[in-house]
Design a protein around this ligand. Structure first.
Ligand code: SAM
Length: 351
């Protein structure tokens, strides 16, 4: 039997940290299942008052498995534990795989009211991929239909995915585009930027997309397969299939509006009809179903103080999705602050 001890990334706020052990166990469980790692036990343990996630496996973890595990949202350091005849534990560091296509600082630079925690976003992206029929080796297309200023998009970029967002408010779209253009220039990534109308017959109906193509070096940019895309539509989640192609996306991941206002930047008027997750999902899922590939997955988080988990199930099943609801999928609910208790649903398009 082999034991690995994992130190969790300290990038969580204090309230969230208390729950983050359970969330990490869940994410690790889903990863081990996908990778077919035979594990005896996953648990939280303390050694000298330091908390570790403990993974006991039947076999030594292979390099390929380590490459996948390194991407999990909570990984800070991994150790192989050895217990001697006197029950003394010694820890040997296991090198964590460097997988980032772009530096992960991209999703941490911007700080703003209403931003979704980066580690939480990364966890949703991972769980979406690990629950789908696809892997990190595929050229993944990821959509966040309620994108805000793009945390999900940036987390996807770090994995080298092509990423797309829809956001109803003009201001975050504008700020996100300006930030991203500046980022590409500062990092000296080869890129093109384009803004064009993608929907609407007249000026009042016009919907615009900001689209970037980029690659981290000039050589890659010459080849269409090695170029990456980021696009952002200033439009509505419930009209997604007007903007994007049928079966375009492998993953749809988003953090729905929380039903509370995050300062003056929120445009209450344009959001007022979409503050209720059930309403938004009822209108949106037929569209998301069209643009998602078979084998693809939707992961949506929301504030359970607004609506209970089980009340969202029917709208997914009515649209042909299969909800993954066995442990650990049913164990991710956690407090964020006194007005937000967050959970997420993982739903797969199986046919
Ligand atoms: C919880 S925030 C997402 C924050 C984002 N993950 C980030 O870190 O920047 C939800 C976002 O959904 C947007 N929104 C609300 N209703 C929408 C709709 N019908 N279509 C698209 N976006 C919508 C809100 O304006 C808000 O920016």
């Amino acid at each position: 039997m082999n034991q690995y001890l994992i130190l969790q990334h300290p990038g969580h706020n204090r309230v969230y940290f208390n729950y983050s052990g359970e969330l990490a166990l869940g994410e690790l469980h889903i990863a081990c299942t996908k990778l077919e790692i035979e594990f005896e036990k996953l648990e939280i343990i303390e050694i000298e008052r330091i908390r570790y996630i403990s993974l006991k496996t039947n076999n030594i973890i292979t390099e390929k498995e380590l490459e996948y595990l390194s991407r999990l949202s909570f990984i800070f350091a991994i150790f192989k534990a050895n217990t001697d005849e006197n029950n003394q534990i010694s820890l040997t560091p296991v090198p964590v795989f460097q997988y980032e296509y772009v530096d992960n600082k991209i999703s941490t630079i911007l700080k703003y009211a209403g931003k979704t925690n980066e580690s939480f976003t990364k966890m949703m992206v991972n769980i979406a991929l690990l629950s789908s029929d696809f892997s990190y080796e595929d050229t993944i297309e990821l959509l966040d239909p309620v994108a805000g200023k793009g945390t999900t998009l940036y987390e996807g970029m770090v994995y080298g995915f092509n990423v797309a967002g829809i956001e109803i408010d003009k201001k975050p779209v504008h700020e996100m585009s300006a930030f991203f253009k500046k980022y590409l220039e500062t990092e000296r990534y080869k890129h093109t930027a384009d803004k064009r109308q993608i929907f609407g017959k007249n000026r009042s109906e016009a919907v615009y997309i900001d689209e970037f193509e980029y690659s981290v070096n000039k050589e890659d940019f010459r080849s269409e397969n090695l170029r990456h895309t980021l696009s952002m539509v200033n439009g509505k989640a419930q009209e997604a299939s007007n903007y994007y192609k049928n079966s375009q996306f492998h993953l749809i991941v988003g953090d729905l509006p929380y039903g509370i206002s995050h300062g003056s930047s929120t445009n209450e008027k344009s959001n007022s009809n979409t503050r209720n997750p059930l309403e938004l999902l009822t209108l949106s899922l037929p569209h998301w179903d069209k643009i998602l590939k078979v084998g693809g997955v939707v992961v949506i988080s929301w504030n359970t103080f607004i609506i209970a988990r089980h009340r969202l199930f029917d709208v997914f099943t009515d649209n042909g999705f299969t909800i993954l609801n066995d442990y650990p999928y049913n164990n991710f609910e956690h407090m964020v602050d006194k007005s937000i208790k967050r959970d997420f649903i993982v739903a797969k398009k199986t046919s």
